[in-house]
Structure formats: C-alpha cells, structure tokens
Design a protein around this ligand. Structure first.
Ligand SMILES: *Cc1c(COP(=O)(O)O)cnc(C)c1O
Length: 366
C-alpha cells in the first residue's frame, strides 16, 4: 500500500524505499543478520558508561579526547581524525560534502546496502560496478567508470556482504590510475577481522602525503562490539575532514560513546583476542560450508556469503525456521554473520539441507 506524501518532497527522496533493518531475533534465536559482535561488552567498558555523568550537558562536539587518542594510535594529527555517530554517518557527511546533483559516485555492487541511499540523498547519481569472479571488487572496471562527473569512489574492504578484501597491490594500482583530486573512501568497517596478509590496510601502509585524496573509515561497531552506541571514525586529510565536519549534524557523538570508545582502546589487546576467536570461528564455518559443497567467497569479515540466487528467500526462511536469523538479499544471496560458537552447528546443518535442495548446476555450488 503506497500512501501519498502530504507535502512536497524531493522526488528522488520520495522514491527511496523506507529503511529496513536486519530482522530482530526472538529470545531463543541466533541473530546472525547484522554482523554484530556476539560478545557482551567488557566490564571496563560498561563501567566507563556508568562513570560518564551529566546527561543534562551536551557532549564535547569535537570528541577531542578520542581524536587525540586515535591520532596517537595511528601516528597522525588530531585534525586528521574525525569521529562520527557510526562510520556510516561520516560516509553520509563525505557524500554531502563531495557530491551533489549531476555528480556521480562509483562503488562496487553488490556491496554495503547503505551506499546507494547515501549517494541519492546527497542528490548525486550512484554508478554501480559489478563485482568480478570470486565476489571481489573489479577495480579496473571501477577506474574505467570514472568520468568528469565522478566526485567520489567508495572501496569496501572486506566487502560487505560478500567477504573478500581488496589487496594492497590492487589498491595501489587503482590509486595510480584515478585522478589525484578524486575522493577515494576506503571503508574498512571489518579491518580488525582480516587475516590475509596481502589485504589493504589503510592505516599502516598509506602515507597521507602519498595519497591525500584517500579517507579511511573505521568503526567501533563491529570488532569492538559498540554497535548500539554509534561511534566510528575517519582518518584522512584535514581539509577533507573539515568539509565532512561542515556537513555533520552537530553534537551527534554522545559523551557515553566517546567514553566507551576510549575504554575499548584501553582494553584493545583483550578485545582483539576476542576478535581473533571470531575470525577463527569464521574460518571453521567457511571451511565446513566449502566441504559441504558451497562456493563460499574468501571470508575476511565476521560473515560468510552464500550465493543462493533465485532461491534466496526460501533459503533464508529455512534458516529462520531453525532459529537462525540471517540477512537475505533477494535474488542474490544470504549473508550469515559469525555469531556465538553454539550457532555454528545449526547454521551448518541448515546450510547442508539448503544446498541439497539446490539444482546440481546452481552457481552457489563449488
Ligand atoms: C557496519 C558497517 C559500517 C559501519 O557502521 P557504523 O555502525 O555506522 O559504524 C560501515 N561500512 C560497512 C561496510 C559496514 O558493514
């Protein structure tokens, strides 16, 4: 049922589908639909929230302490760090700052479902470049898609929802090809889960002097388990981040999220040990699925991809019936987040049953 909007809305906004979140799981189901961290927060992180007093006061609009801390962590200046209410909000700011009506933004597809909406809201036109073999970014095709109208390129590594990374060599070759004044956003929301030594690492390997057009996005939502608090950050050229700051909704990073992020950095070693456990669980899950006969793309995030194609919605329903809420992308595939250890057995069991029901020549098979 579509209802008319009672006021005049920008037509490209009125045409957007309303936001749809990953399904909420019932109490006894495993929620494997939003790439969240299954672990409870560390006691020290919970304690930091308790310590943060004064919700009657506005937070520090610049998140100065967290920026200072991240700057030390990555060997950059505080002005080269920007903190937002989740890295998605920073991506939104960058799109608003860089691209407007008549401009284009290039990204791979399928990739993060937020990209098309953020580009359209900025008034710009999405240019989606199909993934290549192995569900990987086709950076040559993406470079070829750049025109005079392109104002930004988004590279997602590891790619949500398919899993593979872009390699450092591929990324450098790509940067050598693109105009030096074109914004390149490297979205590394899952960087901490990466175990492939050849993968791009926006922080350690890119000198900001070499590539002043590159902005790296990271988040506390996934590996650090703070999805509910909304805090992410960007590292890049001060003047690019100033432009993002200019388009930001002021004061959206709360004192609580800043404090919890600082406490998480204090406990980084312990948290990264938990991340290693999730990465190990991911590798065991991917290996088991491949043994069943699934063609699982390289999985470097905290999720695996099953290219169920036309059978996607039926397959997702089978997972749900068995108490595993997964994320289906109709007509394309299913993303299964790596959750609790206890979720592996049911996920593998349903996956086996789903595969048995797919035609012998289905592309989801190896
Ligand atoms: C989860 C995710 C983000 C970040 O989410 P926030 O919670 O807004 O920090 C960014 N990019 C991708 C590809 C993601 O999957």
């Amino acid at each position: 049922m579509t209802e008319d909007v009672p006021v005049r809305i920008r037509p490209e906004i009125a045409a957007l589908a309303p936001y749809k979140q990953g399904k909420q799981a019932g109490a006894d189901a495993f929620k494997l639909s939003s790439n969240e961290n299954p672990n409870e927060p560390l006691p020290s992180v919970v304690e930091s929230l308790r310590r943060t007093v004064g919700v009657n006061r506005y937070p520090d609009a610049t998140a100065a302490r967290l920026r200072q801390r991240l700057a030390e962590r990555y060997g950059v200046l505080p002005d080269e760090v920007h903190v937002g209410a989740g890295s998605v909000s920073i991506l939104s700011q960058l799109m608003l700052a860089a691209a407007g009506p008549g401009d284009e933004v290039v990204y791979a597809w399928r990739s993060f479902e937020a990209y098309p909406g953020l580009v359209l809201v900025a008034g710009a036109t999405p240019v989606e470049v199909p993934l290549k073999e192995g569900a990987r970014h086709d950076l040559d095709a993406m470079a070829a898609a750049i025109t005079d109208r392109t104002r930004a390129v988004i590279v997602c590594s590891p790619n949500n929802p398919t899993g593979p990374t872009v390699t450092q060599a591929e990324f450098e070759a790509f940067l050598a090809k693109v105009p030096r004044d074109l914004l390149v956003v490297l979205d590394e929301a899952y960087a901490e889960f990466v175990t492939d030594p050849d993968a791009v690492d926006g922080m350690t390997k890119l000198g900001r002097d070499d590539h002043p057009n590159v902005v790296v996005l990271r988040t506390f939502s996934k590996a650090f388990g703070l999805a509910g608090l909304r805090v992410g950050y960007a590292i890049g050229h001060r003047r690019i981040l100033d432009a993002a700051r200019s388009t930001a909704v002021p004061l959206s990073v709360t004192a609580q999220s800043e404090e919890a992020a600082l406490a998480s950095l204090d406990a980084e070693a312990e948290l990264l040990e938990r991340v290693r456990e999730i990465a190990d669980r991911r590798d065991r899950l991917a290996a088991a699925l491949r043994t069943q006969g699934w063609n699982v793309p390289d999985a470097q995030g905290n999720f695996v991809w099953l290219a169920t194609g036309a059978q996607t919605m039926d397959a997702a329903a089978a997972f749900e019936t068995a108490g595993c809420i997964v994320r289906p992308f109709a007509g394309d595939g299913i993303r299964v987040s790596v959750g609790e250890e206890e979720a592996l057995e049911p996920v593998e069991r349903i996956a086996g049953a789903v595969l048995a029901g797919l035609p012998a020549t289905h592309p989801a098979r190896r």
